[in-house]
Design a protein around this ligand. Structure first.
Ligand code: ADE
Length: 238
């Protein structure tokens, strides 16, 4: 079973949306598990403090290294699972990262709060910082839910075939082509004729062309990588 452990000062935020729908059913079916550790349970004083003022001064508070280290050791000492720290300063999350996490035994996720986490526990406990985008959330919990949602849907048996075209598209470095279903005309807009032609090769070619032009227009960063890979493939394959 794929095992997730989340360390947070807000354990009530979990499983949250992951208790419903696909993820919830898969959890009930024993395909994955989720434990939450309340970081506050590992505080050393009667006030259960988890943060303190920043050394060197400045605004906000910093999550204490000793408290967080005790929480991590209680949850995941001698544990080979990757350890993530959700942080806007981390490496941006992508589908390749999700794939590698699903292939591991599970994941340990630390949810940062406050201005930041004492650098020494990041180093000392080998935490890998991961960001879900260039914006600042009030804490890592929602980011952790994002990581878990993206992982759980890839666990074998969770989803069936439905996701495969989206995955294939992303794995190739392209955005997905546009989708249509009945009615044949909606508010004067018809379904592109080629999709009704029954010609599978033509449909596939049309979809690829659409995916390419959409990627080029919306995500020049992805397009650059895709185009470079395509040129490389052509030259190596002759
Ligand atoms: N915590 C706060 N902002 C975040 C972000 N963008 N990604 C991951 N964790 C965060």
């Amino acid at each position: 079973m794929w095992r997730a452990t989340v360390l947070t000062i807000f354990p009530e935020m979990f499983p949250g949306p992951l208790g419903l729908s696909l993820a919830g059913k898969a959890n009930a079916a024993g395909l994955w598990s989720l434990d939450t550790i309340d970081i506050r349970d590992h505080a050393g004083d009667k006030h259960r403090s988890v943060d303190d003022t920043p050394a060197g001064g400045g605004p906000g508070m910093v999550m204490k290294a000793d408290v967080l280290a005790r929480a991590i050791d209680a949850a995941a000492a001698d544990d080979a699972r990757p350890r993530l720290l959700m942080s806007p300063r981390g490496r941006p999350l992508d589908q390749a990262k999700i794939t590698s996490l699903v292939q591991a035994a599970g994941v340990v996720i630390v949810c940062g709060r406050f201005e930041g986490v004492d650098e020494r526990v990041i180093e000392g406990r080998g935490l890998e910082e991961v960001s879900i985008g260039d914006y600042v959330l009030s804490g890592g919990e929602i980011a952790a839910l994002v990581v878990l949602d993206a992982c759980v849907r890839l666990i074998p048996g969770v989803m069936g075939e439905a996701g495969s075209s989206v995955e294939e598209s992303f794995a190739e470095g392209l955005l997905e082509y546009p989708h249509y279903t009945r009615p044949q005309t909606f508010e004067g807009r018809p379904i592109p004729e080629i999709l009704l032609s029954g010609d599978h090769a033509k449909v596939a070619a049309w979809r690829r062309a659409q995916a390419e032009s959409m990627t080029r227009a919306r995500r020049p960063d992805l397009w650059e990588t895709y185009a470079a890979r395509r040129v490389h493939k052509k030259t190596t394959e002759g």
